[in-house]
Design a protein around this ligand. Structure first.
Ligand SMILES: [Zn+2]
Length: 148
């Protein structure tokens, strides 16, 4: 097995009503990706879809993927395409349970959001909102999952 240093939490940044696993795969294949963006995708219903074996490398965070498990919830933008945390209660519960399972398999891995991989521009040891290269996953995953 690969060495997993982080479990990265994402949003798909797509509309919840119209996103399917097929539409995600079509998007990635249009980008020329041979592997999915995430190992797991949590649908608005709370259903968890596994797209890739954990031993394989997915395409979630450029430059870090070889050491990551990438998980995403479907959503993260409003009707105007603006970043928003619109996780359903079912998604929140399913995501939490999925991360608990991953924590069991990778006890050393840090759970954080995609945005927490942004460069620490002022090198104060914290990635603050002015340093985010993206909003993904649109909530503070480090804080929300710190007890997992
Ligand atoms: Zn992301």
């Amino acid at each position: 097995m690969r060495k997993i240093t982080h479990i990265a939490v994402h949003c798909t940044a797509t509309q919840q009503k119209t996103t399917s696993i097929a539409s995600l795969k079509a998007h990635w294949s249009a980008l020329g990706w041979k592997k999915p963006g995430y190992h797991y995708v949590v649908m608005p219903s709370g259903k968890v879809e596994q797209l890739l074996d954990e031993s394989q490398v997915s395409n979630g965070v450029q430059g870090y993927n070889s050491c990551l498990i990438n998980v995403a919830y479907v959503g993260g933008i409003d009707n105007n395409g603006k970043a928003v945390d619109n996780r359903t209660e079912a998604q929140k519960a399913a995501l939490y349970f999925l991360l608990e399972q991953l924590r069991f398999r990778y006890p050393q891995a840090v759970i954080q959001g995609h945005r927490d991989f942004s460069p620490d521009l002022n090198q104060d040891g914290k990635i603050t909102s002015n340093e985010f290269i993206k909003q993904c996953p649109c909530f503070d995953a480090r804080a929300e999952y710190r007890n997992i």
